[in-house]
Design a protein around this ligand. Structure first.
Ligand code: SAH
Length: 398
């Protein structure tokens, strides 16, 4: 039997149902498991602990499929897990005002390495680990057989695959090929999404509830949307009656699609200003021009994937938050986010507090934000919580 034997004491995290087995926890590998093969996990004394997928090239050498000895990792296993994940999105599936959401969220849905996002009649999938790669055809066949989508597209063109010794892959998998621009609806707002080459699987589905919150909390005013991408927060602000929305992004194609999305919703293009620029520089230019806003949104890309990068990420977050706080009128609101897994919510709050101190403003937190329920966090896998946000009101000078 192919099995991995852990070092003494290293069974503890497995017993707490954490799904990752690091290479340093392994005493020896018995047999010659292929990449992605299912292996038995034993503690130092030979007690059976779990069944995991073997990743020979990754520091995360094993990812647990099951802690139940009687549960075989076969096609029926994947059918069950997929069914559980999809059933838990029933409410979203039934909501006609939302046509794009996450159906499978990897470890937190107990399917390490698998992402399934729904965009209208299409599914976009990512296979991120050697273990999941091995079951790729089975998963695609099962998703296709559900009969609730017309096409499946793969976006396994993610850097993490390299750590697994897997090549990046992107392309049409089954059924109809998605059009260049796919239309989705988010709480009644329409968006064109490029699932082939857009970021992630095409859209930042994880910000859905936060875009809605912005829409609900806005009453007119001048809005600055930093890291605007295809205009998610821009459209939400316009729909809420913002008098002007200035959107900054370094990507020209993203802003082109953002403009298209304004038109798609019949919103007033005259209330929009677009700046294809670096946010760090543009915020300084706005400061130097003494511009003022009622709302500033900061939704930067990931600055730190790991805790070891937290210090340099902290400098980046502090810089943009300080500049943003200075651009706000008294009573103005900052919507600030971090999607860096290496930055904890506590650290993020500290960074924003430091930014307010140095910006010489008094600000108060009025809401703590995170990721929506279709991006759940398994209690056994706190690493699944990556998106953090704060809504801060600037009351005036210190
Ligand atoms: N808020 C968006 C998602 C933002 S993703 C939404 O709701 O859809 C982050 C965006 O930041 C990307 O579009 C990327 O092009 C942009 N970006 C990354 N670094 C940047 C920089 N230094 N200056 C400006 N934009 C940047």
């Amino acid at each position: 039997m192919v099995q991995i034997r852990l070092k003494p004491g290293r069974e503890r995290s497995v017993l707490r149902r954490h799904p990752w087995i690091f290479s340093g926890a392994i005493a020896r590998v018995e047999g010659h498991p292929a990449a992605g093969e299912t292996v038995e996990v034993l503690d130092a004394g030979g007690q059976w602990l779990a069944r995991a997928a073997y990743s020979p090239h990754s520091q995360i050498r094993g990812r647990v499929w099951t802690w139940r000895r009687d549960e075989v990792v076969d096609e029926a296993f994947f059918a069950d897990r997929l069914e559980l994940a999809l059933a838990s999105r029933d409410r979203l599936a039934a909501d006609e005002t939302i046509t794009a959401y996450r159906e499978v969220h990897a470890e937190s849905d107990r399917l390490p390495g698998l992402i399934v996002d729904r965009y209208g009649e299409y599914r976009v999938v990512q296979f991120l680990t050697a273990g999941m790669e091995r079951w790729r055809d089975v998963v695609v066949r099962m998703l296709a057989a559900r009969g609730d989508a017309i096409g499946i597209y793969e976006r396994s063109d993610v850097g993490v695959r390299e750590q697994e010794g897997l090549a990046l892959r992107r392309g049409h998998l089954w059924g109809q090929e998605p059009p260049e621009w796919l239309e989705i609806t988010e709480y009644g707002l329409r968006f064109h999404v490029d699932v082939r080459t857009g970021h992630k699987t095409g859209f930042y589905l994880d910000q859905r509830e936060n875009r809605r919150l912005l829409r609900e909390s806005l009453s007119g005013g001048r809005v600055l949307n930093c890291f605007a991408y295809t205009g998610g927060f821009t459209i939400a602000a316009l729909a809420a009656g913002a008098s002007e929305v200035v959107s900054i992004d370094s990507s020209g194609p993203a802003l082109t699609l953002a403009r298209e999305n304004v038109r798609l919703n019949g919103l007033d293009e005259g209330r929009c200003a677009w700046r294809e620029a670096d946010v760090f520089r543009e915020l300084r230019a706005l400061r130097d021009a003494a511009e003022q806003f009622d709302v500033v949104i900061l939704d930067p890309p990931r600055f730190a994937a790991r805790a070891s990068q937290a210090a340099s990420a902290a400098r980046g977050y502090k810089d943009i938050n300080l500049l943003a706080l200075r651009l706000l009128r008294p009573g103005g609101m900052l919507f600030t986010f971090s999607c860096s897994g290496g930055v904890t919510p506590e650290l993020f709050q500290k960074i924003v507090a430091g930014a307010a101190l140095d910006a010489r403003v008094h600000a108060q937190i009025v809401a703590w934000l995170g990721q929506p329920g279709d991006h759940p966090v398994s209690l056994a896998f706190p690493e699944g919580r990556y998106l953090k946000g704060l809504v801060c009101r600037v009351t005036g000078p210190q």
